[in-house]
Design a protein around this ligand. Structure first.
Ligand code: CA
Length: 578
């Protein structure tokens, strides 16, 4: 009996401890959730005709009404109904979507639930004009080989890297150490290196936008040294990159991959990076990308600067001729080439199948050369090789998406109906895959592959969704595309935009040697974002979209690169055209 009583007492005591424990745990979670309750929005805002949504995260007061407040009058203009709550498996966040699409009146607003407020945002037709300028101006601020003295941002430094560069390894044209005049171009972002891979895809993205809508990019728009010269400032800025690319081409047409030093510049201004810098080996992927962008440039600059346009076409054709002598992919790479710069090659972290071949880049070169020259050899190459390529996310890793879109959108050369049908199918298949990801992601993110520069991948999937919308007029694609921009501009777990100086809560601690070393502030830089492979010791590893930290030491998540910006500008402009 005593034993029985003891058991009862023991069980009762255990139960009490458990209940106390659970309630303590509950109250801990509640405290945590209360702290983390937030309303996240696109911190720039929404065009009047867009679907407009915010996310309420970890709602601690499910029954409390959410009001849409006009920031100027402080008056409520709508009371929102909330949809059912979804739990996001990756972050553990409980999310409720708030839809205020019916509001189309231009103005500045915020959402409010009791004391909880969202960041402010705008509704209007012209709200992306300033962000577009800020993003484009970042290229000017990254120019290499000149003095920068910018009254708008205060960014300034004396001329840098005036000795670029020396040949790294002996090849058929040069001895190691020979000097090649290759001053110019843009610092890529994380260091002061210059890469053909990112420079080509960035210029191609932006020139394509110009061709589609030249009026969006007038002279005087960017307040750069060439403003007022009668030429679009976008074209002036892109010419700065193109003319550097020309210097990276060898006499036989092959193109050197990158220009960089042997050490990463740490916390110094560009002009303080005085180490000897080298042109590293040539490659067929870079040579093909060069051919493609030079062909695009030859068309774009034809009416503005025919002499320069002819140089670009000559460079493109020479590069193509070199590729004909190299039927297999070739990369001149030597151990130690990447001691002070990124490799931009297949690696443990870059495992995409498209990096095992250069067929995507050759296909792109063929398309652009065909459009530029009308020569049927290029069209034949494209038709013969299209099936071998895959439409994935456009980047230096795979140039097929831009190649296919340019083929569809051009109207200068004859196209084959059969090829057009095949291309449309490829785009739509990709868009459907991406849309399925959006629909299974509580944060509605189109990219579930959180690796280095996941933000760029998310943005690029948004661009594919817009293409699919243009082909089908299916509204689901468009809504999903808008949500990718929303994610980048603050409608995310971090309630933060991934671009310096844009939005009310932008990324602050960017990993950039000039910013870290001299405390300068450079607006309009798009950081790489969540990276589950984060190896910097600061961003959490293997946490999907949570593998991110706004910390200047996190070079794997908080570094900017020029091609991130080019992609974001493309998404933004494409969405503003709809
Ligand atoms: Ca100009």
């Amino acid at each position: 009996m005593a034993n029985y009583r003891f058991r009862i007492l023991f069980l009762a005591a255990t139960l009490i401890v458990m209940i106390l424990g659970i309630s303590a745990l509950d109250s801990d979670i509640e405290t945590l959730l209360k702290i983390r309750t937030k309303i996240v929005v696109n911190q720039v805002g929404y065009l009047p005709q867009w679907q407009k949504t915010a996310l309420l995260i970890n709602n601690s007061a499910p029954t409390a009404q959410i009001k849409l407040i006009n920031s100027t009058t402080k008056k409520s203009v709508a009371t929102l109904t909330t949809s059912s709550e979804i739990k996001d498996q990756e972050t553990g966040d409980r999310l409720t979507e708030l839809d205020f699409s019916e509001l189309t009146e231009p103005g500045k607003y915020y959402l409010k639930q009791g004391k909880l407020k969202s960041p402010p945002f705008k509704i209007g037709n012209d709200i992306y004009q300033q962000p577009l300028i800020t993003l484009l101006r970042s290229f000017y601020l990254q120019r290499c080989g000149i003095e920068i003295d910018d009254p708008i941002t205060g960014v300034s430094h004396p001329p840098c890297h005036l000795k670029d560069g020396a040949i790294a390894h002996q090849d058929q044209n040069f001895q190691a150490g020979d000097t090649v005049a290759a001053v110019g171009g843009w610092h890529n972002g994380g260091g002061y290196s210059k890469y053909v891979a990112t420079t080509t895809v960035s210029i191609a993205r932006l020139l394509t936008l110009y061709q589609q809508q030249p009026d969006l990019f007038p002279d005087g728009q960017l307040s750069i040294p060439e403003s007022g010269n009668g030429v679009s400032d976008l074209l002036d800025e892109m010419q700065f990159g193109l003319d550097w690319l020309l210097k990276m081409q060898r006499a036989d047409g092959a193109v050197y991959r990158k220009l960089a030093g042997q050490k990463w510049p740490i916390a110094i201004a560009p002009n303080e990076d005085t180490q000897l810098r080298y042109l590293y080996g040539i490659s067929t992927p870079e040579t093909a990308k060069f051919a493609a962008v030079m062909a695009i440039a030859s068309r774009t600059y034809q009416s503005i600067n025919p002499t320069q346009a002819a140089k670009y076409l000559k460079g493109a054709e020479l590069a193509w001729q070199y590729l004909q002598t190299q039927p297999e992919m070739k990369v001149d790479w030597v151990e130690g080439d990447d001691n002070g710069s990124d490799s931009y090659l297949a690696s443990e972290l870059n495992t995409e199948a498209s990096l095992q071949t250069d067929i995507d880049d050759r296909l792109w070169a063929a398309v652009e050369l065909y459009i530029a020259s009308g020569k049927l050899d290029y069209a034949d190459y494209f038709a013969a090789n299209l099936e071998q390529t895959e439409y994935t996310s456009f980047s230096w890793k795979n140039s097929v998406p831009l190649a296919l879109m340019d083929y569809l959108q051009q109207d200068e050369q004859p196209t084959s109906e059969e090829l057009i049908a095949k291309i449309r199918t490829k785009i739509q298949q990709r868009a459907d895959l991406v849309l399925a990801k959006v629909q299974t992601s509580a944060y509605q993110i189109a990219n579930d592959n959180f690796i280095w520069n996941s933000n760029r991948m998310t943005i690029e999937e948004g661009i594919t969704l817009i293409h699919a919308y243009q082909l089908t007029q299916n509204q689901d694609y468009l809504t999903a595309a808008i949500n990718q921009l929303n994610y980048i501009l603050g409608r995310n777990h971090f309630n933060q935009t991934f671009i310096t100086g844009i939005g009310s809560n932008p990324v602050q601690q960017i990993n950039h040697p000039f910013i870290i070393g001299k405390k300068v502030s450079i607006p309009g830089l798009t950081v790489g974002g969540p990276n589950a492979n984060a190896t910097d010791g600061f961003a959490p590893k293997n946490k999907g979209q949570l593998s991110y930290i706004d910390d200047k030491r996190s070079y794997t998540t908080n570094q900017y690169a020029i091609d991130n910006n080019a992609s974001l500008i493309s998404l933004l402009v494409n969405l503003n055209r709809i």
